[in-house]
Ligand binder design. Structure first.
Ligand SMILES: Nc1ncnc2c1ncn2[C@@H]1O[C@H](COP(=O)(O)OP(=O)(O)OP(=O)(O)O)[C@@H](O)[C@H]1O
Ligand SMILES: [Mg+2]
Length: 264
């Protein structure tokens, strides 16, 4: 079994406000260990996507620190090309909105973009792109324009453009949102498979039904942008009072999937 002892992403006491006036994270600490599947859970607007952006070095804390693989991830460090390329090849982010992620004129170029940017030899890029197209079952749309594809197809292309870099850590923002049931099932299986193959997974969700499959551990945000609980999906799902307090369930929620959560 793979060791989960090694902390690879460490967020310590991080606060962040947009434009210095819209709080998104308040004194948030989170440690992600190698090989884990961690879910960030919380109501709309609590700060999940912002924390994922911190983890991907897209947003920099106003206070507190973020270290990845033992090195501080700061704006200044990311200006260093070598550090930036190393970090970006080890951590991949699948955005919630695929439109923000696909921009090339055809799917093949889209997927080749990252490897070409890393100055990978052309024959190796071609092999990697072909393997990734195959893996995501999108070889048939390789020559199409990404912006003309359906939402689910765009999602596959966005995931392909991240996986082609073979990152150690995969970050997914609301992976199953807006997908049909079959595609949702496919993506959940893919995430579990990738984790089995050794990838560390961090994702944001408010979908309680997928939690036990997608996470070994979940960190729960309160609506005032703090992490107020951290535990196994079983423990978190059993804590109805907690879920009510953070607005993840409401009073008359039937909770069919988890009848043990009903307080008599
Ligand atoms: N670009 C922005 N400018 C100003 N405020 C922002 C911006 N992005 C997010 N916020 C604010 O930061 C807070 C946290 O937002 P965030 O997107 O991280 O929440 P979330 O938990 O991902 O929500 P959701 O479940 O709706 O995706 C919210 O109050 C939001 O209004
Ligand atoms: Mg979000």
């Amino acid at each position: 079994m793979q060791s989960v002892a090694d902390p690879i992403l460490v967020v310590d006491g991080v606060s962040y406000s947009y434009l210095d006036k819209f709080p998104a994270l308040v004194d948030v600490s989170l440690t992600v260990r190698r090989g884990e599947k961690v879910a960030l859970l919380g109501a709309n607007g609590c700060g999940k996507s912002t924390l994922l952006k911190v983890l991907d070095g897209l947003v920099f804390p106003d206070a507190g620190s973020y270290h990845a693989f033992g090195t501080a991830v700061t704006e200044q460090h990311l200006e260093d090309q070598q550090f930036s390329e190393g970090f970006r090849s080890r951590v991949g982010f699948v955005f919630q909105n695929s439109d923000a992620q696909v921009f090339s004129s055809n799917v093949r170029d889209e997927i080749a973009f990252g490897p070409l940017n890393m100055a990978m030899p052309l024959d190796q890029v071609k092999r990697r792109v072909d393997d990734t197209l195959e893996m995501l079952d999108i070889a048939d749309i390789a020559d199409r324009a990404p912006y003309q594809l359906s939402g689910g197809q765009k999602k596959r292309v966005a995931i392909a453009s991240v996986l082609v870099m073979n990152p150690e850590v995969l970050i997914f923002d609301e992976p199953t949102a807006a997908l049909d049931p079959r595609t949702q099932h496919w993506l959940m299986e893919l995430i579990v498979e990738l984790n089995r193959a050794g990838k560390t997974i961090v994702l944001a969700t408010h979908d309680l039904a997928t939690l036990e499959t997608l996470a070994d551990r979940c960190a729960v945000f309160s609506e005032d942008h703090r992490i107020i609980a951290d535990g196994t999906p079983e423990d978190i799902l059993a804590d109805r009072r907690l879920l009510l307090s953070v607005n993840l369930i409401h009073d008359d929620d039937p909770m069919h999937e988890h009848p043990h959560m009903l307080i008599p």
